[in-house]
Design a protein around this ligand. Structure first.
Ligand code: ASP
Length: 328
């Protein structure tokens, strides 16, 4: 994930929008695949999540449900102590607490979410229980924790020695600057279509490293960090949550697809909206979207170069470098 850190360092703002139409014309033929067998399909933010899409494919290839596939995929980085942006091993807030956010949606438009949950390794599975076992969509903080415990999830210490060390180093200067290549933002958003063309999505994160205590980003917010409409498609985001929250980015991507846009173009539209509204912040902030539509077409688009995503389709697990609005 080191590429993620370095990719926005030398952004030239003047390159805004230059060449994006060209890009679209050149790549449409690749992305707009008229072949059959476009699903099942699993897609996730960030190349290192190949193991997550493989876990999703395991479910999908056996005829399983997209919802089970995205949950299985999201649980992979949640349990990985080396992934410092998701679940166990995630970097803590500035007080040293690992606080997690996650959401999930199924093909019926049902949704579940947890935010600011602590000491539970698999917030995505808790989000699913919220969706399936409560009359609510979202549980936060202690309420989410107690619900998880009542559902049999174990209490666990999620702060690894490595994450503690990184936090202690950060404390020396205690400087919080929302600069993406300094902080870690490698949230997993994962979307799937199963063999019965049911669409589901999941998103899980430890959020911005060294954030203020209680900060919640876009990831657990339905329509911001992730959104699915089974009639249309799904989208998920990664990057600086605040600017995705203010624009309900994933919802916007899905609505663009509803109006007929290809997933790639829909993601591009959402990125352009964010950049138009928050140009200053976008100079130093990354946001990337992934999207799929009902035909099994996919796309990804980011503000800055360096975003990538992984697609498991037709038995192949491939990493794609995302197109971006700005060039290096
Ligand atoms: N969007 C997440 C957040 O702001 C972090 C990320 O995707 O990197 O919490």
């Amino acid at each position: 994930m080191n590429s993620r850190r370095s990719f926005i360092e030398k952004t030239f703002w003047g390159g805004l929008a230059a060449g994006t139409l060209d890009f679209w014309e050149k790549t449409a033929a690749v992305f707009d695949n008229p072949e059959k067998n476009t699903f099942p399909l699993a897609i996730a933010t960030w190349g290192p999540n190949v193991k997550a899409t493989a876990a999703a494919w395991e479910v999908l290839s056996k005829g399983g449900r997209a919802l089970d596939a995205v949950e299985a995929g999201a649980r992979i980085p949640e349990a990985d102590p080396k992934d410092t942006s998701v679940g166990y091993g995630g970097y803590p807030d500035r007080e040293g607490n690992v606080t997690l956010d996650a959401c999930i949606m199924d093909e019926f438009g049902m949704a579940g979410s947890v935010s600011f949950i602590q000491n539970i390794m698999h917030p995505i599975s808790v989000a699913r229980r919220v969706m399936e076992k409560t009359p609510h969509v979202m549980l936060a903080g202690e309420g989410a924790y107690h619900f998880a415990i009542s559902e049999g999830f174990p209490h666990e210490n999620l702060l690894t020695p490595e994450a503690k060390k990184a936090w202690e180093q950060w404390l020396v200067r205690s400087e919080y600057k929302p600069i993406i290549n300094v902080e870690r933002h490698d949230t997993i958003g994962i979307l799937a279509i199963d063999q019965l063309d049911r669409i589901a999505g999941a998103c899980t994160t430890s959020g911005a490293a060294f954030k203020m205590q209680g900060r919640v980003g876009d990831s657990p917010i339905i329509g911001a960090g992730m959104f699915v409409d089974n009639e249309v498609g799904g989208a998920a985001s990664t990057g600086l949550g605040e600017i995705v929250l203010r624009t309900l980015g994933s919802f916007l991507v899905v609505e663009e697809m509803r109006r007929g846009a290809h997933p790639q173009k829909a993601a591009e539209t959402a990125v352009k909206r964010i950049v138009r509204k928050y140009p200053k912040q976008c100079e130093v902030a990354q946001v990337g979207f992934i999207a799929i539509d009902k035909k099994g077409r996919h796309g990804g688009f980011a503000i800055h170069p360096g975003f990538n995503y992984v697609v498991y389709q037709r038995g192949e697990n491939k990493v794609f470098e995302s197109a971006s609005l700005l060039s290096k």
